[in-house]
Design a protein around this ligand. Structure first.
Ligand code: HEM
Length: 265
């Protein structure tokens, strides 16, 4: 990682300069494509030895969208391998609305239920079902993370309100990169990239949510249910990896820090 850091910093500086250029016009910036281009360009350096140049050149920008569609297919095929054999996954992914898709998959599980079922915590698990702990559920379990839907980074600090014991409970349950032999191979790189990008963004800019309706992009919708109604929670959609949109932010360069970037005000 130490040897790779200068290349990573180069990509992050391109990201910062791009933000700086856009901030001059006061434009709102959708952070999903911005961050996606940065992370793909950095990962391409590591994997292929050269950048995809998504940050600076639109030519290859079809790739993230294509990968996102691919992720949806992989997700379906991994959970229901038989579908791949029948090539049904393609038609389901393309044509069936979400609610119907869920019912179809439930029915498929019941079809596999040909022996004594396993019962976990009162739930019947049909034979052949793959069982896993969903990381979102783990991180929103109130036994480990009180008030889990509130953005409270200070929950990790040690002070009068947050005891050492409560912090240990959270640390033990915190597994964004999974655990064990198949946990994330890029964990060290992800921590370095996220930390450097956040530190540099906070150093060079003040930023805020865009004004009006566009500032809500990425949050929940009050009319919906099942967690999709939480306006303050950044919404993630499970597709093998996570799919999301927004947030839309407006950036203001801090003091004269643009001099350090070799850029004119
Ligand atoms: C914040 C960023 C990231 C998060 C939260 C994350 C999370 C995860 C998780 C949860 C898994 C396990 C998936 C599973 O068991 O189904 C995983 C696997 C993996 N991740 Fe990441 N990841 C991140 C960034 C990266 C990066 C930057 C790379 C590479 C450059 C990477 C490479 C991998 C690889 C190769 C695996 C598969 C490991 C295996 O199966 O042996 N990840 N990641």
């Amino acid at each position: 990682m130490r040897a790779f850091e200068p290349i990573m910093v180069q990509e992050i500086d391109t990201f910062i300069k791009h933000l700086f250029g856009l901030s001059k016009s006061g434009a709102l910036i959708n952070m999903t494509p911005m961050c996606r281009h940065l992370s793909y360009d950095t990962a391409a350096h590591l994997g292929f030895g050269s950048s995809l140049n998504l940050q600076t050149d639109p030519t290859n920008r079809f790739l993230p969208k294509a990968i996102s569609i691919g992720d949806l297919r992989i997700n379906i095929c991994m959970n229901f391998p038989l579908l791949m054999k029948w090539r049904l996954h393609q038609r389901i992914a393309d044509n069936v609305p979400n609610s119907l898709r869920d019912r179809f998959f439930e029915a498929l599980n019941i079809m596999e239920d040909d022996a004594e079922p396993l019962v976990i915590d009162g739930h019947v698990i049909p034979r052949g079902t793959q069982v896993a702990v969903n990381i979102y559920s783990l991180h929103h379990n109130t036994e480990y993370f009180p008030d889990p839907c509130s953005y409270r980074p200070e929950r990790w600090l040690e002070d009068a309100l947050h005891s050492e014991a409560a912090k240990k409970v959270m640390s033990d349950a915190f597994a964004p990169f999974s655990v064990g032999s198949r946990s994330c191979a890029g964990k060290a790189m992800a921590y370095l990239e996220v930390s450097l990008t956040l530190a540099k963004t906070l150093w060079y800019f003040d930023f805020e949510a865009a004004a009006g309706e566009s500032g809500n992009l990425g949050g929940g919708t009050p009319a919906r249910s099942g967690g999709r109604n939480r306006v303050d929670e950044f919404q993630l959609y499970d597709r093998f990896s996570a799919h999301h949109e927004g947030p839309n932010l407006v950036f203001h360069p801090r003091e004269n820090t643009y001099n350090e970037l070799g850029m004119a005000a």
